[in-house]
Every structure is written in structure tokens, then in C-alpha cells.
Design a protein around this ligand. Structure first.
Ligand code: NZQ
Ligand code: ZN
Length: 389
């Protein structure tokens, strides 16, 4: 194992009824004003808004609402939220939603307590947070990003056409409430794309050095099998509590830094998807589903030992009669078949990317990260995009 330091400052409350049981006492100690941040209104339809506001009012809190956080949150929205938090002297941000709400809130918590330009200081380059961000608590309503247990905030700068994120431990939420029942109302399409995002996070970590015997890879394989099994069940029965609760915890486990320990990690596919998102505003998990098999066909030979292990340990493919490379390729094709089976898009066209989109410009804007089995170039990323069409 490589050396590492591990800390995760977020306290997690998991399970049916956890919001009712713990929210009021968790908001103690942060003053009277709570900024309640949420997305486009799903929480008003499924009863979560009512439940949360009732608890906050009974606890004597003044609620300042910050609604309409969009999927792929923008820097402009972050600045609006920071302004509102400052004007109302909020002592706590309570983000209720998915990755977009949580990420936007983390960025707001920095911007509300920082005088300078947070984009320049903390997103374009790694910054030093030598101050206390405005405290944040989250209530997760859709499983996927795992943002509840890390300091990552992926923000889109619309002017610069850049979507990027960094994980600052100081931005970890103080607490995260995860009630799997809250995810019952997530539309099938979003449940599936969120679940694929979970799988993608695990794969981006698993397919990277070191590849010798290590606990992170063993946990990763168990998590991948768990996501696949429970997603199949949740598609059949969206209100299967066991499946929903497994998926919810899989999402957290994939991104709470535990399986990253000692691993280099790849995340090149995420870099590509983020830029695709910056230019087309596509759904994150669906974008990853289109890119992953094609990217893996490009790097499979370079990482054939690990892809062969993926084939046997995750997909149960038998080795008999296959060379290592054939086995590795069979693993990638099993992943592609699974994407079809769960109904995610398999081409950029199906994702809604327009024929006229300049893929070359997007490819050129992608970060090249060092963890891939095969070092990407902007030319190869363009080839991948073209093959995805
Ligand atoms: O906006 P509302 O009306 O709430 O509807 C949302 C949204 O339309 C809906 N939804 C959420 N909970 C629901 C529900 N609908 C019905 N019932 C519920 N209980 O789901 C839709 C998608 O929500 P969103 O938050 O955008 O999805 P997700 O959780 O996939 O987050 C995606 C964002 O997170 C970033 C992505 O890039 C993207 O911007 N990521 C954040 C990461 C992190 N911080 O660690 C890592 C990821 O790799 C990712 O990049
Ligand atoms: Zn992701």
C-alpha cells in the first residue's frame, strides 16, 4: 500500500426517519438563521420541503430560502447564494438535494466567507483555505455523486466554458442526513444515471496504480457488484428499501475518500464528461455512460491485467479459453452491455449532443490527468468523442 493520511470530517446519519430524528439538534450552535438551499422544486412535490421547514420552524429558526439551484450549478449561482447568505447573516447553510445542490452550497460556503474571487483562488488552481467556510449541512435526496462526504464542489463557469471541481477537506459538510426513502421519488432516468455515476467513481479509482494486492481494490470490487445488483432491483421496484439504501451508501462509500486511499486514481473520463457538460449541459451520469466503454476500449490493452480481473471479479466472466487481453476486452463489453440494459444513452447523439457541436474545441479544453493506464492526448480525446457520436 502507498502512504496516506485519512480524515473525513462529515458526521453521517443514515436511515429511514433520520431527518425527523436528528435535524433539529444538528442545527443547534449555528445561530438562528438557516439558509435553506434546494434545486428546481422536487422537494416541494415529494414532501421533503414540508418536513424540513416544519422541523426548522419548530426549532425557532429563521429560514432564508435559496431555491432553483440548477443541475450543473454555475459560478453565477454561487455568487448569488453567497450574497444572500451574507445579507441575511446566515449561520448555517442547509442544502437539500443532489450533487448539484451540495456542490453549489460548498462553493457558497467559501464565497460567503472570502473577500476575493473564489473562482480564481480555489477552482482555477488549488488554493489554501486558511479561514472557516460558512458551515454546511446536507440532506441528500438522490444517490450518485457522494458529495455529501467530501469537500468536492464541481462548478460550471459559463463565461469561461469550464466545469471543474476540487476536493477541499474544509468544505466537507458538518453533517449529512441520508434517508433512502427520500430517493423513492427520483425519476427512473435520474436514478439510473446517478447509479452509473457511482459505478464510474469506483471504476475511475480501481483502474489506476497500484494494481498489486491492496484493500482499496478489493472493496471497490465489492462495491461495484453491489451497485450492479441493487440497481437492477431498484429498476424493477423503485420502492425497494434494501436496494435504495444500498445504492445510497454505495454512493457515499465511492466518494468519501476511503477507496481512494493508496490509489493514484484516474478520473480522465470525468475530465472529459465535465467539459462535455460545460459545453452542452448534459446530464453527468448519462455523459459518463456514453464515454466510459469507448475510453476503456482505448486503454484496455495498456491495463489488461486489471481489466481481466474486472471481467472475472465484477462480471463473473470465465477465463477458460481466453487470452488475458480477450478476457480484459470481455470485461469492457460486459460494462457496455450493462449500460444498454439499464437504458442509458450509448452515443453522444442519444445524449442530445448536436451534430454542429465543435468536438475539437471541447476535446482541447479537457484536462489531461496523470493516472490513466495510457496517457491521453487531446487528439486521442477527440477520437474518443468522435467514436462516441
Ligand atoms: O432540482 P430538483 O427539482 O430537486 O430535481 C433534481 C434534478 O433535476 C432531481 N432530484 C433530486 N432528488 C430528487 C429529484 N427528483 C425527484 N425526487 C428526488 N428525491 O434530480 C435531478 C438531478 O439532480 P442533481 O443534483 O443535478 O444530480 P446529481 O446528484 O447527479 O449531481 C450532479 C452534479 O454533481 C457533480 C456533477 O458534475 C453535476 O454537476 N459531481 C459532483 C461530485 C462531487 N462533489 O463529489 C462528483 C461527481 O463526479 C460529479 O462531478
Ligand atoms: Zn461523477
Amino acid at each position: 500500500m502507498n502512504n496516506f493520511i485519512f480524515e473525513n470530517a462529515t458526521k453521517v446519519f443514515f436511515g429511514k426517519g433520520c431527518v425527523k430524528e436528528y435535524l433539529a439538534c444538528l442545527t443547534e450552535g449555528y445561530g438562528n438563521v438557516v439558509m435553506l438551499a434546494y434545486g428546481g422544486g422536487s422537494i416541494k412535490k415529494n414532501g421533503v420541503y414540508e418536513e424540513v421547514t416544519k422541523i426548522l420552524k419548530a426549532a425557532g429558526k429563521t429560514i432564508v430560502e435559496f431555491p432553483d439551484i440548477m443541475a450543473n450549478p454555475t459560478y453565477e449561482k454561487v455568487l448569488d447564494g453567497a450574497r444572500l447568505a451574507r445579507e441575511n447573516k446566515a449561520g448555517l447553510i442547509l442544502g437539500v438535494g443532489g450533487g448539484s445542490v451540495m456542490d453549489c452550497c460548498k462553493a457558497i460556503s467559501l464565497a460567503a466567507r472570502y473577500e476575493g474571487d473564489v473562482w480564481n483562488e480555489f477552482w482555477t488552481k488549488p488554493g489554501v483555505i486558511d479561514f472557516e467556510p460558512l458551515p454546511l449541512g446536507v440532506i441528500v435526496t438522490v444517490a450518485g455523486t457522494g458529495s455529501e462526504c467530501n469537500g468536492g464542489a464541481v462548478i460550471t463557469n459559463e463565461i469561461l466554458k469550464t466545469k471543474t471541481g476540487r476536493d477541499y477537506p474544509k468544505c466537507n459538510p458538518k453533517f449529512a442526513l441520508l434517508d433512502p426513502v427520500y430517493t423513492y421519488s427520483v425519476p427512473n432516468k435520474q436514478m439510473v444515471s446517478g447509479s452509473f455515476d457511482i459505478l464510474s467513481h469506483i471504476m475511475e479509482i480501481y483502474f489506476s496504480a497500484p494494481d498489486e494486492n491492496n484493500v482499496s481494490d478489493d472493496i471497490a470490487e465489492a462495491l461495484m457488484r453491489n451497485v450492479i445488483r441493487n440497481l437492477r432491483i431498484a429498476i424493477q421496484n423503485p420502492e425497494d428499501y434494501t436496494a435504495r439504501s444500498n445504492l445510497m451508501w454505495d454512493a457515499t462509500m465511492a466518494e468519501n475518500r476511503i477507496i481512494k486511499l493508496g490509489k493514484q486514481t484516474d478520473f480522465e473520463c470525468h475530465q472529459m464528461e465535465h467539459q462535455l457538460g460545460a459545453y452542452t449541459d448534459c446530464n453527468h451520469g448519462a455523459g459518463l455512460a456514453v464515454l466510459h466503454p469507448v475510453y476503456y476500449r482505448h486503454i484496455c490493452e495498456a491495463g489488461k491485467t486489471k481489466f481481466a480481473r474486472f471481467a472475472t471479479e465484477v462480471w463473473g466472466i470465465t477465463e477458460t479459453g481466453k487470452s488475458q487481453l480477450e478476457l480484459a476486452k470481455a470485461g469492457v463489453e460486459a460494462l457496455a452491455d450493462f449500460i444498454k440494459e439499464i437504458g442509458l444513452p450509448t452515443t453522444l447523439r442519444e445524449l442530445g449532443v448536436d451534430e454542429s457541436t465543435d468536438l475539437k474545441v471541447i476535446a482541447k479544453s479537457c484536462n489531461i490527468v496523470p493516472g490513466s493506464y495510457k496517457k491521453m492526448t487531446h487528439e486521442e480525446i477527440l477520437e474518443i468523442f468522435k467514436e462516441c457520436f
